[in-house]
Design a protein around this ligand. Structure first.
Ligand SMILES: [Fe+2]
Length: 224
């Protein structure tokens, strides 16, 4: 992804605009790196679905909860609460598990371990409860998930599945959520500023690495 060094004289508006552009560019980069559907074997398609499930099923609500605990401003709270309520009420983890099982792609221990290093880095990042960094990361994650759904659905259909509730629900265009999280940044930056030497995109970078591991067709963990 591109990096920005935010000069101190930049206005909040210009920082938000630059952040939005960088988040969108990083989503484009991950989307452009996806292997072409017609070049994937059945096992490679299964692996991508399985690693995605290994990451999302047990972590999305956990990380959105970290966002709730980390933010100090009121602006982001209603968006985060909305999101958590929907996740829990409609049991998105159960929906994702049904999606993976129907595609014969429920994660094995090898699938889970293939993403272990990058997943652990993300967990440690969220554990630091840095409001600004987490808001940018979740804006990126929400935007990515929405763009990725049609690809994920195509993988499942190619595996013979017709259980697409998960991808249908998450593919609905909800620009308001992603943009709301970015907008909430301005209040968070004022109330809970990032240390001057901190990287606003640290979580986005870590999540990009994790997503690259998910869609890597070999699924082989990189040697540390
Ligand atoms: Fe969800």
């Amino acid at each position: 992804m591109n990096t920005f060094a935010f000069a101190p004289e930049l206005t909040t508006e210009s920082v938000l605009a630059a952040t939005k552009i960088s988040v969108d560019q990083t989503i484009d980069e991950v989307m452009n790196s996806l292997p072409r559907m017609d070049q994937l074997s059945s096992e490679q398609r299964r692996g991508i679905i399985a690693r995605y499930t290994a990451v999302l099923e047990g972590n999305f609500i956990y990380w959105m909860t970290a966002a709730y605990l980390a933010v100090k401003s009121e602006a982001a709270r209603p968006i985060i609460i909305d999101n958590l309520t929907e996740e829990v009420r409609d049991s998105h983890p159960a929906m994702l598990r049904r999606f993976a099982v129907a595609a014969h792609a429920f994660p094995t221990d090898s699938d889970a371990l293939a993403v272990d290093h990058e997943l652990t880095q993300m967990r440690l990042f969220f554990g630091r409860l840095s409001g600004v960094q987490i808001l940018v990361t979740m804006a990126f994650f929400e935007g990515f998930i929405q763009r990725y759904m049609s690809y994920l659905a195509d993988l499942a259909v190619a595996q013979g599945s017709s259980e697409l509730e998960y991808t249908d629900v998450h593919g609905v265009c909800d620009i308001a959520h992603t943009e709301g999280l970015i907008q909430a940044l301005s209040m968070e930056m004022a109330l809970n500023p990032l240390a001057p030497d901190a990287d606003i995109f640290e979580g986005v970078r870590l999540l990009e690495s994790l997503l690259n591991r998910v869609v890597n067709v070999s699924g082989t963990p990189v040697a540390a």
